[in-house]
Design a protein around this ligand. Structure first.
Ligand code: ATP
Length: 513
């Protein structure tokens, strides 16, 4: 199936099965804002729990907080967001569509990469086992020509971005003959800077209202609380503070469903270390975070690092963990070594000493910070894309199955009476009432058993049990496995023990330690 189609199907599936709805749907939606439905909220909560427990439960030197969305406006001056949280935008005069200039150019670079990959794939097929990829890339004239164009463009782009040279960005778009995907023309406006923060007013205008921002990241709530937490929690460096919360960005181009939203959720952890030790910790968190993703079992080839060449003004190292979405490898998480930039800025702007006193060294210093920052919604999207599967069955039929890791699945067990009579519903309810304290169960008596299995496959329920007449006599049920579709008779009394481990987040967490 073409990857474009996969993505469209995932989006449609999310709506059809109660995972994600456009916000304000009956009013035709609101750009790049989405609501999570009855299944979506469960999956999302499970993702958050997996992250939270992997940070706070598994590390005795990491604690959590929940800071407010509104913060003192000077925080955003200190952090650099008021002056520099900008994206370069460009409009196409014919389609009247707006784009991020940097994204247009990055997509062009990706096109060169794709061309190279195509040549490599063709050659690999031709040469078979004896194919030497490295040698081919170093010598094939077509590959070398594409690579030279790609590298030259990349270099020119990096310089333009680093110098915030908006004219040059436009010139690159013209020179590369990049066209608007809607109108197909090159009728571009100038490139302008656009600040991504939403603002509102706090207090009534009569008292002189104050302009406040909706936070564009959760990290600053951690920085301004780090000393409160350190002192009250008697934390010693190295230590971390984790937070899950909403963030808001007035994104210029909001496309690709929940990949880029205007209201989204982040899971961030700031790890405070002694200056000079940051690279060691950066490596540590880079490894740990990739392991966290891979532990879900979607396949290691779905992930890659993308080290940043252009570093943000505050960082001395940065990498993204990218996930293979149907529309290419895309950032899901960022790991940044933020130096002492944020804390030093806050110290300067608030005028207070916020240094850490290190009892071992008997000196005060401003800690360095390693940050891991992942978007819940992007993670959600990556999970949905990886899980969505269409399968042809032996009987000639097909099914759509969400192969979600059992630990993340919204429903763990469906309890299905074979028929709606003869005491089977009552027996099924009894099983539900027993197991619902251990994991999320779902009761369904409508439609044929085959249809009910399909519905459970479509929402990713890893196990179903069917209650039949025999059950009333022997207290055994048919347990069906979502992925293998195998069925076996098991005793009701054994269900909890059989399933609990398999569906619990603990089972994935154990892979991390
Ligand atoms: P991008 O380059 O895609 O705009 P970013 O580098 O600005 O992302 P960060 O500021 O590093 O993103 O934010 C950390 C994480 O928050 C990202 O890896 C992503 O998962 C998530 N995120 C950022 N912006 C959005 C958004 N508009 N919608 C959904 N998730 C987002």
């Amino acid at each position: 199936m073409a990857q474009d189609d996969v993505f469209k199907k995932v989006v449609a599936h999310c709506k059809e099965y109660g995972f994600v709805f456009p916000s304000s749907d009956i009013y035709d939606g609101l750009g790049a804002v989405y609501d999570y439905g009855q299944m979506g909220v469960e999956l999302k909560n499970n993702i958050k729990t997996y992250w939270w427990q992997s940070m706070v439960l598994l590390h005795d030197n990491i604690v959590g907080i929940d800071s407010a969305i509104f913060m003192h406006p000077t925080i955003w001056k200190a952090s650099g967001h008021v002056d520099a949280f900008n994206d370069p935008l460009i409009d196409n005069r014919d389609s009247k569509k707006r784009y991020r200039a940097d994204v247009l150019i990055e997509e062009q670079i990706a096109k060169y990469d794709e061309k190279i990959e195509k040549e490599v794939a063709k050659a690999a097929k031709r040469f078979g086992e004896s194919f030497d990829r490295e040698m081919f890339c170093q010598t094939n004239p077509k590959v070398l020509a594409e690579k030279a164009k790609r590298d030259a463009l990349h270099e020119r782009f990096s310089v333009a971005m680093n110098n915030v040279d908006l004219e040059e960005l436009r010139q690159i778009i013209l020179d590369e003959e990049i066209v608007c995907p809607i109108s197909g023309t090159r009728n571009w406006t100038e490139v302008r800077q656009f600040n991504l923060m939403f603002s509102t007013e706090m207090g009534s205008t009569a008292d002189g209202a104050m302009k406040v921002y909706l936070r564009p990241e959760t990290a600053q709530g951690i920085f301004v609380n780090y000393l409160n937490v350190q002192k009250t929690g008697r934390m010693r460096i190295p230590f971390g503070i984790a937070q899950i919360g909403k963030a808001f960005r007035n994104e210029i181009v909001a496309r690709q469903f929940i990949f880029r939203m205007r209201e989204f959720e982040q899971m961030e952890m700031q790890f405070f270390v002694q200056p000079g030790k940051e690279m060691e910790w950066f490596e540590h968190w880079k490894q740990f975070r990739l392991k966290w993703h891979k532990a879900l079992g979607f396949g290691d080839d779905k992930y890659r690092y993308h080290d940043h060449e252009k570093l943000a003004h505050y960082a001395n190292a940065a990498t993204d963990i990218e996930f293979k979405m149907p529309f290419g490898f895309k950032e899901v998480e960022g790991i940044h070594s933020r130096t002492d930039f944020d804390l030093s800025q806050h110290e300067k702007y608030c005028g207070k000493n916020i240094k850490y006193f290190d009892p071992e060294l008997n000196e005060s210093y401003t800690p360095y910070v390693i940050e891991t920052s992942i978007g819940v919604d992007r993670m959600f999207l990556s999970v949905m894309c990886a899980a969505y599967t269409e399968e042809a069955l032996a009987n000639g039929e097909s099914r759509v199955v969400l192969k979600l890791p059992a630990a993340l699945a919204p429903v763990k067990l469906a309890v299905l009476p074979l028929v709606k009579k003869d005491g089977l519903p009552e027996k099924a309810r009894e099983i539900m009432n027993e197991l619902k304290f251990s994991f999320n169960c779902y009761y369904e008596e409508k439609d044929s058993i085959g249809k009910r299995y399909r519905r459970m496959d479509a929402i990713g329920t890893p196990y179903c049990v069917t209650v039949d007449h025999q059950t009333l006599e022997d207290n055994m049920v048919t347990l069906r496995d979502r992925d293998t579709m195998e069925q076996k008779r098991v005793a009701i009394a054994d269900l909890r023990e059989l399933l609990q481990d398999k569906v619990s987040i603990t089972s994935v967490l154990k892979k991390l330690s």
